[in-house]
Design a protein around this ligand. Structure first.
Ligand SMILES: Nc1nc2c(ncn2[C@@H]2O[C@H](COP(=O)(O)OP(=O)(O)OP(=O)(O)O)[C@@H](O)[C@H]2O)c(=O)[nH]1
Ligand SMILES: [Mg+2]
Length: 270
C-alpha cells in the first residue's frame, strides 16, 4: 500500500532529502528510487529535484533543477572565484531561489519528492542554507525526512564506519526536526559476511569495538565505546538499511522504511 493524497487527505506531500559524502551514490539513488516507485505504482506522482549547483553530469532528468537558477560556472565568472570558493557561495545563494523551487514543486502537485544534494555534504548540511531550504520546501501538510548514505567503501572498516557515523550524527543534529534514515549504499559491492558485520556494528557498538585490530585497538575501542554511549543517550543509533541500485529489490526496504516513518510516531527515528 502506498501513500496517495486521495487516501491521506491530511498529508500533502512527502519529501526525502538524500544526503551523503561525495560519490556515495546520492544521484544514482534519486534516479533509481523514482523508477522503483513508478514501477510499483505508476499512479504515484513522484518527482526529483537536483539541489547541487555544481553538478556536472546528472544522468537523470530532474523535474526541478537548481542549475536553472544558479550554476557553479556563473558564480565563478561573476564573482571571480575559484571552484572551491564558488561552490560555497553558489550553495549559499541557493537561498534566493527557495520561492521559485517551491512554486515549481507546487506546479507538479507531487505525492513524493526525492531531492539530490551537493556532493560536498558539508555545504548542504553544515552551512545555514541546508536546514533553511530543507524546512522550507513543500507546502500544505508536508512530511519531510532525510536519507543519509554510508558508502560501502568507507563503512567496511571500523575507522571509516566511525567517521561516517559521526558525520551522520552531525547531519541528524543539524536537521534536528526531520527524521533521518541511515542507509548503506552500494551494498552489492560487499560480501554477505561483511555486509552482516557492518549492519551489526550499526546496532551494536560493542561488536564494532571488538572488530578493531591490534594496532587500532586502544583509541578506536575507546572512541567507539564512548560514541556508543553518546549515541544511545541521544537516541541516534539505528540499524543501517542496506540498499543497492543494481538489483530490483535493492530499494524495497528503503521505500518501506520511508513509508513507515510517515505512518508512525516520528520520535522512534530520532
Ligand atoms: N556498485 C554500485 N555502484 C553504485 C551504486 N550506486 C551508485 N553507484 C556508483 O557510484 C558512483 C557515484 O555515484 P553517484 O550517484 O554519482 O554518487 P553521488 O553521491 O551523487 O556523487 P556526488 O554528487 O559526486 O557526491 C557512480 O559510479 C555510480 O555508478 C550501487 O548501488 N552499486
Ligand atoms: Mg551526485
Amino acid at each position: 500500500m502506498y501513500y496517495k493524497r486521495a487516501f491521506y487527505e491530511d498529508i500533502t506531500m512527502l519529501l526525502n532529502y538524500i544526503i551523503g559524502p561525495a560519490g556515495s551514490g546520492k544521484s544514482t539513488l534519486v534516479a533509481n528510487i523514482k523508477e522503483y516507485v513508478l514501477n510499483r505504482d505508476s499512479e504515484i506522482n513522484v518527482i526529483t529535484i537536483n539541489l547541487d549547483p555544481g553538478a556536472i553530469n546528472v544522468e537523470y532528468n530532474p523535474e526541478i533543477d537548481i542549475r536553472d537558477y544558479i550554476t557553479l560556472e556563473e558564480v565563478m565568472t561573476k564573482y571571480k572565484l575559484g571552484p572551491n570558493g564558488a561552490i560555497i557561495l553558489a550553495s549559499d545563494l541557493m537561498i534566493n531561489f527557495i520561492e521559485d523551487i517551491k512554486y515549481e514543486i507546487g506546479q507538479y502537485q507531487p505525492d513524493w519528492v526525492f531531492i539530490d544534494t551537493a556532493g560536498q555534504l558539508e555545504l548542504f548540511a553544515f552551512r545555514d542554507v541546508g536546514p533553511i531550504i530543507a524546512s522550507s520546501l513543500g507546502f500544505g501538510d508536508v512530511q519531510r525526512s532525510t536519507t543519509f548514505l554510508f558508502d560501502s567503501h568507507m563503512a567496511r572498516r571500523p575507522n571509516g564506519f566511525i567517521s561516517t557515523s559521526l558525520l551522520a550524527a552531525s547531519v541528524q543534529y543539524r536537521f534536528i526536526n526531520i527524521p533521518q534514515i541511515n542507509a548503506l549504499s552500494k551494498s552489492d559491492l560487499l560480501e554477505e559476511e561483511i555486509l552482516d558485520m557492518i549492519i551489526e556494528w550499526s546496532s551494536d557498538f560493542q561488536a564494532l569495538s571488538e572488530a578493531t585490530n591490534e594496532r587500532e585497538k586502544g583509541l578506536i575501542r575507546e572512541l567507539s565505546l564512548l560514541l556508543s554511549e553518546v549515541f544511545s543517550k541521544m537516541g541516534s543509533t539505528s540499524e543501517l538499511i542496506p540498499i543497492t541500485t543494481m538489483r530490483e529489490d535493492g530499494l524495497e526496504y528503503l521505500f518501506a522504511t520511508l513509508q513507515r516513518i510517515f505512518d508512525s510516531d516520528k520520535s522512534e527515528f530520532y
